[in-house]
Design a binder for this molecule. Structure first.
Ligand SMILES: NC(=O)c1ccc[n+]([C@@H]2O[C@H](COP(=O)([O-])OP(=O)(O)OC[C@H]3O[C@@H](n4cnc5c(N)ncnc54)[C@H](O)[C@@H]3O)[C@@H](O)[C@H]2O)c1
Ligand SMILES: [Fe+2]
Length: 386
């Protein structure tokens, strides 16, 4: 008997052009003074103006914090909170990739509650209520628009998460028109991140459940069918919308069946070498799959059946299907022109023991891995990925 619980956002809209509904959504949520949280790249690409247009047309004045930086540090979040309070914002709109969305979640909470950020890291430490919250992703990757997590950079190389159902937004809005200008390299990296969410949710050891399985499988199907198209022709609106939906479904899956060793080994790469989150995942993905194969082959075989199906009469066993799945990802990473090896992204062999030691700090994630993983195993995976 698989007992489980499942949570997600209250409402979801998936349609090209859906951002035009923003004023109606604000009205439904009784937001009169919306506050957009985003980063300078999004502003420069014209997406803030695109999101604000329906509001200004309706005569709604919208303030905007545009200073989010990738892997947002505490001081940026606190600055955004101060500005939202100064504007008396009564609703928060996160617009951007995972960094902007995570910042927006915390602004929605901390602009409305007297809690301190340092007191709410960890699971279920949030006491207060947040302002109405709308999430508009502009990357098809993190799935942050439908997760109850906000990740903050707390020191030079360390990250901490605030995990609370209060952070589930009121509305997630998936509009592919906002992702048409996402550069190919970012499309590739964030797309791999989303695929890893689906894989790790499907093999998550403790909280995997029928809902997360269903979501992970459908996510992987959409993502594998559309990533190369979105990468090679960023203007393909159909592929872009399917990628957004795939990333969102994967987000709903891993919000309930958490990610594991790929993410645990990726985080130190981001922390120490400031590699983008999706690239860090992609660098360790093949070797983590190989490591897990002895424990997770039957689950990996399900994924292989979905995205690299065997031909009739081939009679492959689970191990052979797993090998085919791993080959698929090695080839995909190549076709997406992403670096394959740690040695190609400025990491030295002598850095590997420190990375392995740091990966072991991610016990929150490692407990979900289908195979137990020691520091020695982590080092071997990094060495094999070097
Ligand atoms: N909350 C969660 O559940 C969760 C899960 C995984 C990762 N994360 C966090 O998400 C962050 C990574 O997010 P990300 O990978 O989406 O990247 P990001 O938000 O850091 O954005 C990366 C870059 O892409 C640019 N960009 C985004 N959309 C664009 C568009 N449509 N057109 C042009 N440029 C665009 C941004 O300006 C930025 O420079 C990390 O902080 C990570 O820790 C959160
Ligand atoms: Fe991720």
């Amino acid at each position: 008997m698989n007992s489980f619980s499942f949570g997600t956002v209250a409402s979801l809209i998936s349609a090209p052009g859906a951002v035009q509904q923003l004023n109606n959504i604000c009205r439904q949520l009784k937001i009169q003074r919306p506050f957009i949280v985003t980063d300078p790249g999004i502003e420069k690409s014209g997406l803030v103006a695109q999101a604000m247009y329906p509001l200004s047309q309706a005569g709604v004045n919208c303030e905007c914090f545009t200073q989010v930086i990738a892997d947002p540090p505490e001081n940026i979040i606190l600055q955004a909170v101060e500005m939202a309070k100064a504007c008396a914002a009564d609703g928060i709109i996160g617009l951007g990739g995972g960094s902007s969305l995570d910042t927006a979640k915390l602004v929605a909470l901390l602009a409305n509650s007297d809690e301190r950020l340092v007191d709410i890291y960890g699971v279920d430490n949030v006491q207060g209520q947040r302002l109405p919250l709308i999430m508009i992703p502009t990357t098809a990757g993190t799935g942050s628009e439908v997760t109850a997590v906000a990740i903050v950079t707390t020191g030079n190389t360390t990250k901490a998460g605030v995990v609370s159902p209060v952070l589930f937004a009121d509305v997630a809005l998936l509009d592919a028109e906002l992702t048409l200008g996402l550069p190919p390299a970012t499309t590739a990296m964030t797309g791999i991140d989303a695929m890893v969410h689906a894989i790790e949710a499907y093999t998550s050891r403790l909280k995997k459940n029928p809902y997360s399985d269903m979501l992970a499988l459908h996510a992987l199907k959409l993502l594998s069918a559309n990533l190369l198209t979105a990468f090679s022709d960023g203007t393909d609106i159909e592929a872009r919308q399917q990628m957004l939906l795939g990333a969102c479904l994967a987000g709903q899956a891993f919000a309930n069946a958490p990610v594991a060793a790929v993410h645990a080994l990726a985080y130190p790469l981001g922390g120490h070498f400031h590699l983008p989150h999706g690239l860090s995942n992609s660098l360790v993905l093949p070797e983590v799959l190989k490591f897990n194969a002895t424990s997770a082959a039957s689950l990996y075989a399900d994924l292989a059946d979905l995205i690299v199906p065997s031909k009739r009469g081939e009679g492959l066993d689970a191990q052979a299907k797993t090998a085919r799945l791993i080959d698929y990802f090695i080839q995909l990473i190549d076709e997406l022109a992403l670096p394959h090896r740690l040695s190609k992204v400025g990491i030295k062999q002598s850095d590997l023991p420190m990375l392995a030691k740091d990966a072991m700090l991610q016990q929150r994630l490692l407990v979900n891995n289908p195979r137990e993983l020691s520091e020695h195993d982590a080092l071997t995976i990094y060495q094999n990925s070097f």
